[in-house]
Design a protein around this ligand. Structure first.
Ligand code: AMP
Length: 306
């Protein structure tokens, strides 16, 4: 197994200007592992769900080649539940409900089959839990990728900084980068975040694309202009999943390969937003994905004489 994913496996209820859902499948680890399966990369999830979590969703993951041995089922507990409502521009959202449930006392256990993972992708969770996973791995994975959010900067900054210090690649959005660094300029923000530990800093800018910083170099990509943006939930997780899986496939963690991984992650995320929840991502075929990566290339390639 190449990629170990730690993150929520959850129920979400989502409201966008285009409609709303009842409880549907969600969670960061879910989006990440579905993205991995599209690239035929073997991933394994470490997470926890309650007795209310449907076997059919676990079967869907297994059917895609995802190792779910590390998803603990607490029969008497309830699965993490999150509900959010998007504003008209779809760039911002309000969290309506967070029921932490079984994630409250989550004590991650890493199955033997996942101990040799080359890449560890730590999805958005309490930084103390993220740190404990790293400590429980027999050998440090070759690459540690961290996703986090402003909520942990507000509530658990000390431990988050300890986690960031042990991270190779951090993936956060522009507002979070500003909050973490205290800098408005994203270039200065990335420099400060580098100094906290990570050699690679990814700053996501929603519909405006993403930036990758490494040793004074920067690479920028736009987001694909889409006709239909329906529900942005999970876009960041899908991006991280596509990014990490591409690196796992190439077995190379250089800046050059990370540039391509950024494109793959963005192409993958562009599917997620087209329907509610994981629905669209679950339908994506390899050829569709390749076509979308080609569109990205056309969008960003040009010649100019000066
Ligand atoms: P994103 O849209 O990329 O921020 O990710 C959305 C996913 O994150 C949803 O499927 C939620 O179930 C999950 N999520 C939301 N809040 C949390 C949290 N506090 N801890 C873990 N997962 C969360």
């Amino acid at each position: 197994m190449k990629l170990l994913v730690v993150g929520s496996v959850a129920f979400d209820a989502i409201e966008t200007p285009f409609g709303k859902t009842d409880k549907i499948l969600g969670g960061a680890a879910t989006y990440i592992s579905i993205a991995s399966s599209i690239l035929n990369v073997k991933s394994g999830i470490v997470s926890v769900v309650g007795g209310d979590f449907p076997q059919s969703d676990l079967d869907m993951l297994t059917g895609r080649g995802v190792n779910i041995e590390g998803i603990e089922i607490i029969k008497e507990g309830k699965t993490f539940f999150w509900s959010g409502k998007y504003h008209n521009d779809l760039n911002s959202r309000d969290t309506l409900v967070t029921e932490v449930n079984v994630l409250e006392n989550f004590d991650p256990k890493i199955p033997e089959s996942m101990q040799d993972a080359e890449i560890l992708l730590l999805g958005n969770l309490h930084p103390g839990v993220q740190l404990s996973v790293l400590e429980k791995m027999r050998n440090r994975p070759k690459l540690v990728i961290l996703d986090t959010m402003n909520f942990w900067m507000d509530s658990a900054l000390d431990i988050l900084l300890q986690m960031i210090a042990k991270t190779d690649v951090i993936s956060i959005n522009d507002e979070e980068a500003r909050q973490l660094s205290g800098e408005y300029s994203l270039v200065k923000a990335a420099q400060k975040i580098h100094a906290m530990g990570p050699k690679f800093v990814i700053i996501k800018k929603g519909e405006h694309g993403a930036l990758l910083f490494h040793e004074g170099k920067v690479f920028a990509i736009p987001a694909l202009p889409l006709e239909d943006v329906f529900d942005p939930t999970g876009a960041g997780d899908t991006f991280a999943g596509g990014f990490a899986s591409y690196l796992a496939k190439k077995e190379d963690f250089s800046f050059e390969t990370m540039k391509s991984a950024l494109i793959v992650g963005s192409a993958m995320a562009s599917f997620t937003v087209e329907k509610f929840g994981t629905q669209r991502l679950e339908e994506v075929t390899e050829s569709e994905m390749i076509a979308r990566i080609k569109s990205f290339k056309e969008l960003t390639t040009f010649e100019v004489e000066v």
